[in-house]
Design a protein around this ligand. Structure first.
Ligand code: PMP
Length: 363
């Protein structure tokens, strides 16, 4: 069977080695004669798995000791509400920076829970020019005391990524659902980082939260216990039964990433993959991007065919060539190639080759 390259934005492809290992040990994990899905989350074997997963993640991301690592339910959106409920109390205000669909969805949820007046919003994308750019506000000119500033450094739908760090007087909360572990970052610059798992971590449903200890002193709202960070810390992310199979796969992905040489190494690989694809798109008049070079996502490459009437044919022929899930999100149209950590360079090369061929046949 020839290889299929899956460019889905999420749930996204997982490393083949991880999937093969999971398949091999599906019915008999750790010599226990049963599946990892069937053992108690409190068994010593499973606890050992969680300890290793946390240690690996800490090493991969160089997480300082004053940060907790939580494995929670509810994916990315679960965290949209968790940050509000955990940090705003009855009188807190927060600032949300909006650069695309997901940061905008986070605002909607925050306003629903905290009320319109407690959530200030700054649109940071500039779409006036031909190509989208990002403009961060002058934080020093803002006089409000915020509990936190929330932003999304990689907008999965729009293909916009912010590489500059956010320098402001308030704790920064980042939704890194689609770019966690894709590049080296300084965790100490953040009050909290969260990520839904289904791109660079594992299967959907799980989310990873990395939270600085002092954040847990902020007043919280009455809330569902399973999304309470303090309870999650107290119970080692096992206040209730956690998504154990997703946790197991996440642990395997962390181990795989360490084998690849860690985040530094995968970041170099990601750089090459994105560069090649954007370079080809830029060199062609048949394809175009709408994001200026500095803010182009290295994970979600959004692009358009100059002649959009060819979209369906492009997708059908890509599929026939085993290049799947290239359709852009319905809200923005066009194409999107999601090239997360698990996508090998050969996948990007196969895509470029197909795009060249399609261009030659249709220009
Ligand atoms: N934030 C970002 C940046 C995302 O890409 C997504 C999902 N694609 C979400 C949040 C929502 O995640 P979930 O579907 O797991 O709730």
């Amino acid at each position: 069977m020839s290889v299929t390259y899956n460019f889905c934005a999420g749930p996204a492809m997982l490393p083949t080695e991880v999937m093969e290992k999971a398949q091999k040990e599906l019915l008999n994990w750790n010599g226990l004669g049963v599946s990892v899905m069937e053992v108690s989350h409190r068994s010593k074997e499973f606890i050992a798995l969680t300890e290793q997963a946390e240690a690996d993640l800490r090493q991969l991301m160089n997480i300082p000791s004053n940060y907790h690592v939580l494995f929670m339910h509810g994916g990315g959106r679960g965290q949209f509400s968790a940050v509000v409920n955990n940090f705003l109390g009855n009188d807190g205000r927060a600032l949300y920076l909006v650069d695309g669909s997901w940061s905008s969805a986070a605002v909607e949820e925050a306003r629903k829970l905290a009320g319109e007046n407690c959530i200030d919003v700054v649109e940071i994308v500039n779409k006036d020019n031909e190509l989208v750019t990002v403009e961060l506000p002058d934080f020093n000119a803002i006089n409000t005391d915020y509990r936190y500033v929330h932003y999304c450094p990689n907008e999965t739908v729009d293909g916009i990524e912010i590489f500059d760090s956010i320098d402001c007087p308030w704790p920064v909360i980042a939704d890194m659902s689609s770019n966690i572990m894709s590049q080296e970052i300084d965790v100490s610059r953040f009050g909290l980082i969260y990520a839904g798992a289904q791109k660079n971590i594992g299967p959907s449903g799980l989310s990873i939260v990395i939270v600085r200890d002092d954040m847990l002193q902020l007043p919280s709202l009455p809330q569902s216990s399973i999304m309470d960070y303090r309870l999650a810390v107290k119970h080692g992310s096992m206040y209730n039964t956690p998504p154990t199979f997703a946790w197991y796969l996440a642990a395997e992905v962390f181990a795989w990433l360490k084998q690849q040489g860690g985040v530094k190494q995968i970041a170099a690989q990601n750089e090459i993959k994105a560069e090649k694809l954007y370079q080809y798109i830029d060199s062609s008049e048949f394809y175009l991007t709408k994001v200026s070079a500095k803010y182009r996502s290295k994970m979600n490459v959004t692009f358009y065919l100059a002649d959009e009437s060819l979209n369906d044919r492009f997708l059908a022929e890509a599929k026939a060539n085993n290049l799947v899930a290239l359709k852009g999100h319905r809200s923005v149209g066009g194409m999107r190639a999601s090239i997360y950590n698990a996508m090998p360079l050969s996948g990007v090369e196969a895509l470029i080759q197909f795009m060249q061929q399609f261009e030659a046949q249709n220009s």
